[in-house]
Design a protein around this ligand. Structure first.
Ligand SMILES: [Zn+2]
Length: 459
């Protein structure tokens, strides 16, 4: 049986590719990657999230701390490389060692981070790194890649004035600012780029960029000892050799004396140390898993999950397809995929009658990637087996494979048939998995055929 909640980890395996870095003599061009959001939407989203955050944390008004962090921020924001966004630099009364930037420019520095820094340059380093994530739009880039199917349609709706703002729309996709948010937890390659751009910004602003790398490495070294560091290091994973990478980058930049941020900051740290603890926070909302669909299917009776033979159209950015009009669409951030079924076609979280759709990153070609995907299904349930060889066909202008699988159904006493359609697309491998009890295939197959025939790719 297929538990959509277990699939996403497996799909991530496919996403791992081996990067090869060649020695470079010139400054590498750094620019934002693929993004379904507009810059204005980054800004709007940051504004909305900032309002939410500032209801939950205690923003510090102490003039010494405000002047210190805003002063650093102003200096960095004036760098040529930092143009294009209106940043804000606020201090949060929190002893954990953390800082973060929202899309579009609002940044928050915990007092714990100021206390952990040896000098102003290190605080500047973290902030330069954070605004580099803003400039390179890493948060919405990651959200775009995670939501290739659902997002374009929803962003269209947002443009037409959906209520609840852009963050309300993202919440429907399971995207928020909770732990492991796709908007704030960065990949190693995003980290490397934020280090490089942060280096350039610091240098332009007169700070010695090496302080950024030193501070990251210092925190890394202390991570075993301090529980106050977990979130920051998890959100900014070490891309490796940070100090060396920054040193190499400095070599490529115009030579200059780093005159900023060399003064003593012990008086600032004393103020941060003396701040009374903030009032206890209300319980944090759990975001993860909030969207996992729960079925109400009766394990003794699969008939209630049957698909209607009237199709409704699902419009994504990459793909349009039909699905039975008595089934519901359940998008999920963690699985990065759509589960489409009626609740009575699902027993708990297992799909007995339904379909799963996603686009996943591919690396080895359609045949190999399809095999890998099947193996991942089998890791989820070792009883799943391939019942007939993959058949090759054309789906629009894409190469596609149809593969039949069998396995135990979550409905008692029956097996299930699974029809897997995979197609090579420019941005990854599209897959559609159709699931039905085997003894109901006479009813299901004609509908499944209609669904497969309805698939259209946008280009
Ligand atoms: Zn980072």
């Amino acid at each position: 049986m297929i538990m959509p909640g277990k699939l996403w980890r497996l799909c991530l395996l496919l996403a791992l590719t081996v990067g090869v870095t060649l020695a470079q003599k010139k400054l590498r061009e750094l620019k934002p990657g693929f993004n379904l959001f507009s810059v204005e939407q980054d800004v709007q989203m940051g504004r909305e999230y900032a309002q939410q955050i500032e209801k939950e944390v205690q923003v510090v008004n102490d003039p010494t701390l405000v002047r210190f962090v805003e002063g650093i921020g102003r200096r960095l924001a004036s760098a040529r490389e930092a143009q294009g966004f209106q940043y804000s630099f606020k201090v949060v009364n929190e002893k954990s060692i953390n800082a973060f930037a929202l899309p579009g420019g609002p940044t928050y520095t915990h007092t714990g981070l100021i206390l952990a820094a040896d000098n102003e340059g290190q605080v500047a380093g973290v902030l330069a790194h954070e605004i580099s994530h803003v400039i390179l739009r890493h948060g919405t880039n990651q959200a775009s890649k995670a939501q290739l199917i659902q997002l374009p349609a929803m962003l269209g709706a947002e443009m037409l004035g959906a209520r609840g703002g852009i963050t309300g729309m993202l919440a429907q996709l399971g995207i928020g600012l909770g732990a492991n948010s796709v908007l704030l937890k960065f990949s190693r390659s995003a980290e490397r780029d934020a280090d490089l751009l942060g280096t350039r910004i610091m240098s332009s602003a007169g700070y010695n960029p090496i302080e950024m790398a030193r501070f990251f490495e210092k925190l890394e070294a202390e991570s075993g000892k301090s529980s106050r560091l977990g979130e920051f290091l998890a959100s900014h994973p070490n891309p490796g050799n940070r100090v060396k990478a920054v040193q190499d980058e400095i070599q490529l930049l115009p030579r200059r004396d780093y005159t900023a941020g060399t003064g003593d900051i012990s008086s600032v740290k004393q103020v941060a140390q003396r701040l009374p603890d903030p009032p206890k926070k209300p319980a944090q909302q759990q975001q993860a898993g909030a969207n996992a669909p729960q079925g109400t299917g009766n394990p003794q009776n699969y008939a209630a999950g049957r698909p209607s033979n009237r199709l409704k159209e699902f419009q994504g950015g990459e793909v349009v397809f039909g699905y039975p009009d008595n089934w519901e669409v359940f998008p999920n951030e963690q699985t990065r995929q759509l589960t489409i079924a009626s609740r009575s076609g699902m027993v708990g979280q297992a799909i007995g009658y339904g379909m799963i759709v996603n686009i996943i990153q591919s690396s080895a070609g359609l045949d190999r990637d399809t095999q890998t995907l099947v193996q991942q299904f089998q890791q989820g349930d070792p009883n799943i087996r391939v019942s007939s060889q993959s058949r090759r066909f054309r789906l629009g202008n894409s190469d596609a494979l149809a593969t039949r699988l069998q396995g135990p159904s979550p409905f008692q006493g029956v097996n299930e048939e699974l029809v897997l359609i995979t197609a090579q697309r420019p941005r990854g491998m599209f897959f559609l998995l159709l699931i039905a009890p085997d003894r109901d295939m006479n009813t299901a197959q004609p509908v499944f055929d209609q669904i497969i025939q309805s698939i259209r790719f946008s280009n």
